[in-house]
Design a protein around this ligand. Structure first.
Ligand code: CMP
Length: 142
């Protein structure tokens, strides 16, 4: 089914100037961008976005990293978009990421891992509405 998923190009990848190379991976796979913005996240925004990880030992470092520079927040749409995006990203830890995936090619560590993608349709709905109003999602199928 056609789905939407939230994708974030993280501060490390923005600093490496590989936004376009990462977007090409999505486009070449047939995913369509239906919303996108570059933003500098506040601590409150990053903490709220990653609220499910609040008790994890890496939470403080994660929030510090995600607020260390601008990110690109975007919505991808396409057939099985949630799983497709996760396949394109590769494993969370770039050391475990399959060759040719975004994290294998652009990430340096589990903390600075280039991209985020929603892990389920349920989190996609929550994450998309965290950053975008319904009217900011563009209709690309026409
Ligand atoms: P992301 O998909 O953005 O979701 C939470 C992030 O926490 C994850 O990518 C990693 O960059 C980071 N992280 C750091 N340590 C861990 C860990 N041990 N397990 C999962 N995520 C981690």
């Amino acid at each position: 089914a056609v789905e939407r998923t939230l994708s974030i190009i993280k501060p490390d990848a923005v600093a490496k100037n590989v936004i376009g190379q990462i977007e090409s991976r999505f486009e070449n796979a047939g995913l369509r961008l239906v919303a996108m913005k570059m933003v500098q996240l506040s601590r409150e925004q990053a903490e709220g976005f990653y609220a499910e990880h609040k008790e994890r030992p890496f939470f403080g470092d994660l929030v510090a990293f995600m607020t260390s520079g601008p990110v690109v927040v975007q919505v991808l749409e396409g057939e099985n978009a949630v799983a497709q995006n996760r396949d394109l990203m590769g494993a969370t830890n770039p050391k475990d990421a399959a060759a040719g995936t975004i994290r294998a090619d652009f990430a340096q560590s589990i903390d600075e891992n280039a991209v985020h993608g929603s892990d389920s349709a349920t989190s996609a709905a929550r994450e998309i509405s965290y950053f975008f109003k319904e009217e900011e999602l563009c209709d690309r199928i026409r």
